[in-house]
Design a protein around this ligand. Sequence first.
Ligand code: UDP
Length: 246
Amino acid sequence: MSVKTRVYEGKAKILYTTDDPEILLADFKDDATAFNAQKRGSIENKGNINCSISSKLFQQLETHGIKTHYVDSPAPHQMRVKALKILPLEVVVRNIAAGSLCQQTGLALGTVLKKPLVEFYYKNDQLGDPLLTRDRLFLLELATPEQVDTIAHLALQINKFLCDFFGRCDITLVDFKLEFGLDAQQQLLLADEISPDTCRLWDNSKLRDPNLRVLDKDRFRRDLGNVENAYQEVLQRVLKAIESSN
Ligand code: UDP
């Protein structure tokens, strides 16, 4: 048995090698950061909850024909994933205006977009993850035109699936961030996580209240309190929706 080596530590996860060179172990942390790590804290049980939500969503996506890096989940805070070359892109899909879209365009919070918006950001903490244009993305050779088209298509497919799935949880999917990676065959797979850290999720029964409706990391960003409860609520609804569809 080989010793597991830490290959990468991000803000929310640590990646370790495993006995299989094609598989890594992702350990989800309770650490929470916001505003490009200027705000730091921790959310109790976040590692377990986010790993569980992500595992369930990746499994659901796989059954709907979307290829992901998910292999299995040996413990509540651990996910075994395929070793990929992660593209340095943050792919954001938006259904409703919030966050940086409102700040940068003046659109009012909560504006329902006529069609989903797919955006590419440069995953680079030092530069503050800037919004990319297509030409800048190609200038920096962050992906090929074919890869960008495939990613945009996949992102919209994933959005369609997730909007419907969260709808069954009585939750509105406002926006979310995806990351993609390439396997040894240069195949694009969905990577990273899908969780209340990476999605804006609003409780449909409380939509009129801009604070009460929030079931995601905005509770931490905006010091709204009850962060763990909100994350736990999302997990319970995800589990219930899967159970009732079986
Ligand atoms: N997001 C993320 N990681 C990032 C930046 C954004 O997971 O580094 C998610 C965020 O949680 C939200 C969506 O992507 O669901 C859009 O985020 P936005 O661009 O509005 O940035 P924010 O104002 O949240 O920093």
